[in-house]
Design a protein around this ligand. Structure first.
Ligand code: ADP
Ligand code: MG
Length: 324
C-alpha cells in the first residue's frame, strides 16, 4: 500500500513539473482566412501561453481584414475597386507585400502573378462555376503584373489597365505566418508551430525532438506522401486538391496559369522548404504553375529554398540540395 502511495505522489510531482514549473503545451485551432489555423506552442507561464496563442489568432484576423478579396471593406477590395481610375494610397504593409509579389513575378517568369485574379474572380470552386472561354479571352490581357504601377514615395498604387484585379491568396497566408512567428519570438516563445492551410512554420524543435510535418498524398486525404522531421524552418504545400471541382473528367482548381487563365495541370502538388513562409507560399504556387523542369530550375537557383514535387504520374521529384 505504501508503495502505491509513493507511486501516486511521484506521479503528482511529475505532473506538477511538466505542467507548471517547466511549462506546458498550448494549442488552438480556428477557421480564419477561409482556412484552418493551428497553433501549438510551449510556454512556462499559463498567462503567456494563452496570450501567445490568442495573439496569433488576432494576427490572422487582422491580415484577413486587410487583405481578404471577399470582404468589401478590406484594403485590398478598396484597391481593386478604385486603382484603375487613379492612384490609391495604401498602408506600407500592403504596399510592401504587393511590391514583393511583383518581384516574385519577375523571378518566376510570370508564373506567380497576383493579377491572375482579373480572370480568377470568375471562378467559384464551391459552386462549381467557371468562366466561359470567351469571357476568359476578354479579360486575359488584364493578367500581367506590369499593369501594377507602384509609387514608393507615397505608397500609392495604380492599375494601368481597366480590368485588373489582384488577389494575395498565394502569399498572404505565408505573410501572416511570418508575422505570427515574429510576435511569438517577441513574447519569448521558443518552441512553436503555426499552420494556415497548407503553410506551416516552426519555431525551434518540439522539445528536443524534431517536428514531424507531412506532405499529403494529393489523391488520398488519409495518406501522407512524405513525412519530414523539421526544426526551425517552414514548409508550404500547394495542391490541386485544396479547392476544386470536376466536370466531364476535368479538374478545375484554384491555381491558375497566368498565360491561359485556366487551372495549371503540370503537377499535382508542390512543397517548398525554406526559412520564410512568405516566400515558401509564393514559390509553391509558382513552381506548381511552372511544372517539374522549370520549377526545379527556379529552386536550384534560389538559395535556401528547396522543393518536393509530386508530378502527374505521382512520381516524387526533389530539388538538388535535398538529394545531395
Ligand atoms: P492555398 O494554401 O490556399 O491552397 P496556395 O499557396 O496553393 O494556396 O495558392 C493558391 C492561391 O493562390 C489561390 O487560391 C489564389 O488565391 C492564388 N493564385 C492562384 N494562381 C496564382 C498565380 N498564378 N499567381 C499568384 N497567385 C495565384
Ligand atoms: Mg502558395
Amino acid at each position: 500500500m505504501r508503495n502505491v502511495f509513493r507511486g501516486f505522489y511521484l506521479l503528482l510531482v511529475c505532473v506538477f513539473f511538466t505542467t507548471s514549473s517547466f511549462g506546458q503545451w498550448f494549442e488552438s485551432k480556428q477557421g480564419i482566412m477561409g482556412t484552418n489555423i493551428h497553433v501549438e506552442l510551449w510556454s512556462e507561464s499559463r498567462a503567456t501561453g494563452e496570450a501567445a496563442t490568442e495573439a496569433v489568432m488576432d494576427e490572422m484576423r487582422r491580415i484577413d481584414r486587410l487583405m481578404s478579396p471577399y470582404k468589401p471593406t478590406s484594403e485590398l477590395s478598396k484597391l481593386n475597386a478604385e486603382a484603375a481610375f487613379g492612384p490609391v494610397v495604401v498602408s506600407k504593409e500592403l504596399f510592401d507585400l504587393i511590391s514583393l509579389s511583383i518581384e516574385l513575378s519577375k523571378e518566376t517568369q510570370g508564373a506567380f502573378d497576383i493579377t491572375f485574379a482579373s480572370v480568377g474572380f470568375l471562378y467559384n470552386y464551391r459552386e462549381n462555376k467557371k468562366p466561359t472561354q470567351s469571357s476568359i479571352r476578354k479579360l486575359l490581357s488584364a493578367i500581367d503584373y506590369r499593369h501594377i504601377q507602384l509609387t514608393e514615395l507615397t505608397h500609392s498604387i495604380f492599375f494601368a489597365h481597366e480590368n485588373v484585379k489582384i488577389d494575395l491568396g498565394g502569399i498572404a497566408k505565408g505573410h501572416a505566418i511570418d508575422n505570427s512567428i515574429d510576435i511569438l519570438q517577441k513574447m519569448g516563445i521558443k518552441h512553436a508551430l503555426v499552420t494556415a492551410g497548407g503553410d506551416t512554420r516552426l519555431l525551434g524543435n518540439r522539445l528536443g525532438k524534431p517536428w514531424m510535418v507531412g506532405i499529403r498524398d494529393p489523391r488520398n486525404k488519409q495518406k501522407q506522401a512524405v513525412v519530414l522531421p523539421l526544426v526551425d524552418i517552414a514548409l508550404s504545400t500547394s495542391g490541386d486538391y485544396e479547392r476544386y471541382f470536376e466536370e466531364n473528367g476535368k479538374r478545375y482548381h484554384h491555381i491558375l496559369s497566368p498565360k491561359t487563365g485556366a487551372s495549371a495541370h503540370e503537377v499535382q502538388s508542390v512543397s517548398i522548404i525554406g526559412p520564410k513562409s512568405t516566400l515558401n507560399d509564393a514559390l509553391s504556387t509558382a513552381v506548381f504553375v511552372l511544372g517539374v523542369q522549370k520549377g526545379m530550375d527556379l529552386l536550384n537557383r534560389t538559395p535556401g529554398y528547396d522543393g518536393i514535387v509530386v508530378d502527374n504520374s505521382r512520381k516524387l521529384h526533389y530539388s538538388s540540395a535535398l538529394i545531395e
